[in-house]
Design a protein around this ligand. Structure first.
Ligand SMILES: [Zn+2]
Length: 423
């Protein structure tokens, strides 16, 4: 593990404490790189801290409690719905008639009661809405940064337990590369308080997995399989800047919040399914189908939105650090060449397709190059890395359409095998 940043005037001492809290032996503190305390201008905070004005402080939920409540509440909805059906089926017809008459007579009251519950839910939603950094997107956030950090600490311990023995040493070329690129990204973006306030670490895990992940605390786990695919520092910066963006945009908190909201919204339909469908079998199938619909129509699109947002913000972070940001598009283009035929469509995935990511980055490229120029970075090389990838993609298209002769086919690059898209 390499600690990239420790924010403290106490310097190395604070850094050592940080390492100890993560169960890392104190003899590793020599690996600790201290990033000097920086002066951050107030004007930068203004857009970042833009939130709705609340008359009272919103109540935030403990994420641990939510983790338990989510499956329990769904189970209860099923039990309540099913019990109602059984009770109703056993009821004599004259009593059923009386209940229906009562409901008709008091229809107004029940509609009013539902309206009050709806209004309270809407108020709760609005009072927990925040605006994302940079992109200004409104989103639900049910957890405080402190709660997310507590959760991240637990996740970190779990990941360290899983990958501790597989972590590459700090003098491994991959560790040196991620450290070099990570520091350059952090230093160039020191004006972002959400980035500056975190203690970033990167662990390179010696597994042939194409993945990179980040915790809300700023702990990044890069897998060797991913490093094997990246040709240069600029491509490593693409992936690291994407992960850094996830952390500073608090995407994990947003992901949890929407999961909680979705589960809450589905409780009543689930209870209705189990209450009014004639048998357990039909109710179970409808329940399963409803879950699939919610996943495809709500969960997956939201997840892809977060990925695209991390790509967008990550490109800006890399541009400020003077990387050749065209490599971001080239990287996803090369990944697209390696995409296996017959993979599930992107609308069934948590991540956008490699081609969609390449397209997004291409669309943002002029703006990102302008940002890069405004930071007085060295001129980009004449050779655009995207051209080579475009040629390879065109060849792949022709190959798939059967338009290439056997001689040409020998020159088509062998696709990279993709093992998943957790990045
Ligand atoms: Zn991601």
């Amino acid at each position: 593990m390499i600690t990239l940043l420790a924010r403290s005037s106490a310097g190395i001492q604070f850094c050592a404490v940080h390492l100890r809290t993560k169960n890392v032996p104190s003899n590793l503190t020599s690996r600790c790189i201290v990033w000097p305390r920086l002066v951050v201008q107030d004007s930068v905070f203004l857009s970042a801290a833009k939130r709705h004005i609340h008359t009272s402080r919103p109540r935030f939920i403990n994420p641990m409690i939510v983790a338990v409540l989510r499956p329990v509440s769904k189970f209860l909805a099923v039990i309540v719905g099913r019990s109602f059906r059984k009770w109703w089926q056993a009821l004599p017809s004259n009593k059923k008639r009386l209940i229906i008459q009562h409901l008709r007579r008091n229809k107004g009251r029940y509609v009013f009661g539902s309206g009050v519950v709806g209004a309270a839910t809407y108020y709760y939603y609005q009072s927990h809405t925040t605006t994302t950094l940079f992109t200004g997107r409104h989103r639900l956030m049910l957890f405080t940064p402190e709660q997310l950090l507590t959760l991240a600490q637990v996740q970190y311990e779990t990941e360290r337990e899983m990958y501790g023995d597989l972590t590459l040493p700090h003098n491994h070329p991959y560790s040196i590369q991620v450290k070099r690129v990570g520091l350059r990204l952090l230093r160039a973006n020191k004006d972002i308080p959400q980035l500056y306030n975190k203690q970033w670490t990167i662990s390179v895990i010696d597994l042939d997995v194409i993945n990179c992940e980040v915790l809300p605390s700023g702990d990044i786990f890069m897998f060797r399989g991913m490093m094997d695919l990246m040709k240069n520092d600029d491509q490593v910066a693409t992936v690291l800047a994407h992960e850094i963006s996830h952390a500073i945009l608090e995407h994990s908190g947003e992901h949890l919040s929407y999961g909680y909201l979705r589960d809450l919204l589905i409780l009543v339909p689930l209870a209705i399914i189990w209450a009014f469908l004639p048998s357990d079998g039909i109710a179970a199938i409808t329940h399963w189908f409803t879950n699939r619909v919610v996943k495809v129509c709500m969960q997956l699109p939201h997840s892809r939105t977060l990925e695209m947002e991390a790509d967008t913000v990550g490109l800006r972070l890399a541009a400020k650090a003077c990387f050749d940001i065209r490599e971001a598009s080239a990287f996803w283009g090369a990944m697209d060449i390696g995409t296996q035929h017959g993979e599930p469509p992107s609308w069934l995935s948590t991540h956008p397709s490699n081609a969609d990511r390449q397209q997004l980055l291409d669309n943002l490229m002029d703006e990102a190059i302008a940002i890069r120029d405004s930071f007085k970075c060295p001129r980009l090389s004449q050779k655009d890395p995207r051209q080579e990838v475009k040629m390879m993609l065109a060849l792949k298209d022709k190959l798939l359409k059967g338009e290439l002769s056997p001689t040409h086919q020998k020159n088509v690059p062998v696709p990279v095998v993709s093992e998943g898209r957790g990045h």
